[in-house]
Design a protein around this ligand. Structure first.
Ligand code: FAD
Ligand code: NAD
Length: 478
């Protein structure tokens, strides 16, 4: 007899495991099917995020940042003997964090009564799910509701086919056992900048080839400009407006040919990372007769509530429209579990924070000045430089700024943009303020502890009305 559940979730990444745990908390019987196997051949829950995404990349970013900043110790009055890199030790640290967190999801499943199934899940017509196990055997799970959370995979380009040796994607770039002397990266997006920073800090000469003429077009223009200057100073050679034509092996490395200003140029490197975006992953997921549809870009088609075209089937996370961010998928997973239980929550897609974990970090939420201008919306802006923030100066880490934009009439905050250390933490204050519909004046009236980086958020809010204390405001307003 088949096992039956209130909910079967396919995919145990952040979107799927959040949905499964929340549904179990709400008293439903839940199974979660995932196919990922770890290096030891055992199930490894947590999806891209925990296995080969957010967590391992942040382990390498944080360790490499500490390594790089030891060069600045002398200026702070600290003498240290030469700090040496033990890359095997760094990778062991990264792997141990991944192991801890992926096994932690297993423990959370156990504690909450979620039944894990190892294998490939396929949605059959209706809402039953077939599980194909690693030994080839099959089992059918009977489900009242199904949540599809199968995530995404790296996009490929014909001009640089990944061979997992010299040409790698983000997963391969987390596993280097030696620091490449010359590292090429295709794509100056989030992965290109984060992994480029890691390997530049460990000593690689990094060249990044980016197709667009404009650097980080989704970020605030001023912040993107300052960030580009900062990353260039750190040794990232970012070449904009390039069109990669082809790549070929030569000697022990790769030669990439590209066009810039109609001129053919070439780049020789030991390793090449292809980081040109990610695509939704739905291979083997949908039976031909399932009523679930994909959109023209291959995402599972859903409405605002993550309902697919098939009744009782939902889809969440990277496999559906919207930014491919772990926290966006987590909130969708929780929303769907709660809606199945009869509640009516929704996800506020206008308030999703974006973070790039370089140094300085870049973080934003809401709209940029350029978007507001394009939409013809009147706004006010206030910004504050970390160069005038006591805590940032005390930590010798004062590169960056906070900018707040608010509606010209109502003063309601429309966007917050941060470049600086801990921008990833500072942006949470902005998300909270925006979720509560705060005005810039509201933020200005709140007391912030001194000395903290958060005071820059306070000063930027005061700056919207021309009242920042530690800056000479262009316009003095009453
Ligand atoms: P996934 O995490 O991709 O999980 C899907 C799971 O489903 C996988 O385990 C997959 O094997 C499994 N699966 C797929 N099909 C089937 C099937 N048919 N049957 C069974 N199992 C199946 N986001 C952030 O917010 N912050 C970051 O700092 C960040 N850093 C990143 C760094 C890198 C290098 C990368 C690559 C991504 C990063 N991301 C980050 C993006 C983040 O990892 C994704 O947005 C997130 O993992 C998506 O979650 P998900 O649950 O939708 O899918
Ligand atoms: P991305 O969309 O951020 O950047 C891809 C870049 O590659 C773009 O700038 C694009 O113009 C460029 N590009 C595309 N084709 C090209 C070509 N042929 N030649 C040169 N440049 C080309 O994608 P990504 O960096 O691969 O990351 C994928 C996704 O993973 C991100 O969109 C993000 O959602 C997620 N992610 C998030 C984080 C985070 O939240 N900190 C970190 C890593 C990844």
């Amino acid at each position: 007899m088949s096992d039956s559940y209130d909910i079967v979730v396919i995919g145990a990444g952040p979107a799927g495991y959040h949905a499964a745990i929340r549904a179990a908390q709400l008293g439903m019987s839940v199974a979660c099917v995932d196919k990922t196997l770890g290096a030891n051949g055992e199930a490894s829950l947590g999806g891209t995020c925990l296995n080969v995404g957010c967590i391992p990349s942040k382990a390498l970013l944080d360790v490499s940042h500490r390594f790089a900043t030891t060069k600045d110790f002398a200026a702070l009055g600290l003498k240290v003997a030469d700090v040496e890199l033990d890359l095997a030790g760094v990778q062991a640290h990264k792997d141990s964090v991944v192991q801890k967190l992926t096994s932690g999801v297993g423990m959370l499943f156990k504690g909450n009564g979620v039944t894990p199934y190892q294998g490939v899940g396929s949605l059959l017509p209706g809402s039953d799910v077939k599980v194909t196990k690693p030994d080839g055997s099959e089992e059918t799970l009977v489900a009242k509701h199904v949540i599809l959370a199968t995530g995404s995979e790296p996009m490929r380009i014909g001009a640089a086919p990944v061979d997992n040796d010299r040409i790698v994607d983000s997963t391969g770039a987390l596993e280097f056992t030696e620091v490449p002397k010359r590292l090429g990266i295709i794509g100056a997006g989030i992965i290109g900048l984060e992994l480029g920073s890691v390997w530049a800090r460990f000593g690689s000469e990094v060249v990044v080839l980016e197709a667009l003429e404009k650097f980080l077009p989704s970020a605030d223009e001023r912040i993107a400009r300052d960030a580009l200057r900062s990353f260039t100073k750190q040794g990232l050679d970012i070449r904009l407006g390039t069109r990669v034509l082809h790549s070929e092996n030569y000697g022990d490395g790769v030669r990439v040919t590209y066009l810039v200003n109609d001129e053919e140029q070439s780049l020789e490197c030991d390793k090449l990372i292809v980081a040109v975006g990610r695509a939704p992953y739905t291979a083997q997921l949908l039976d031909d007769d399932s009523a679930v549809n994909l959109d023209e870009r291959g995402f599972i088609f859903v409405n605002e509530q993550c309902e697919t075209d098939a009744s009782d089937v939902y889809a969440v996370g990277d496999a559906v429209r919207g930014p491919m961010l772990a926290h966006k998928g987590m909130e969708e997973g929780v929303m769907v579990a709660e809606r199945i239980a009869g509640a009516k929550p929704s996800v506020n897609y206008d308030c999703i924070p974006s973070v790039i974990y370089t140094h300085p970090e870049i973080a934003w939420v809401g709209q940029t000045e350029q978007e507001l201008r394009e939409n013809g919306q009147d706004y006010k802006a206030g910004s504050f430089s970390l160069g005038a923030n006591g805590r940032a100066l005390a930590s010798a880490d004062a590169e960056g700024m906070v900018k707040i934009v608010s509606d010209a009439d109502s003063d309601r905050i429309l966007g917050v943009h941060v470049l600086g250390p801990q921008a990833s933490e500072l942006i949470a204050q902005a998300v909270i303020a925006m979720e509560f519909g705060a005005t810039a004046e509201d933020l200005g009236l709140i007391m912030f502890a001194h000395p903290t980086l958060s005071e820059a958020v306070h000063e930027a809010a005061l700056g919207v009305a021309g009242h920042a204390i530690h800056a000479v405001n262009r316009q003095r307003r009453k």
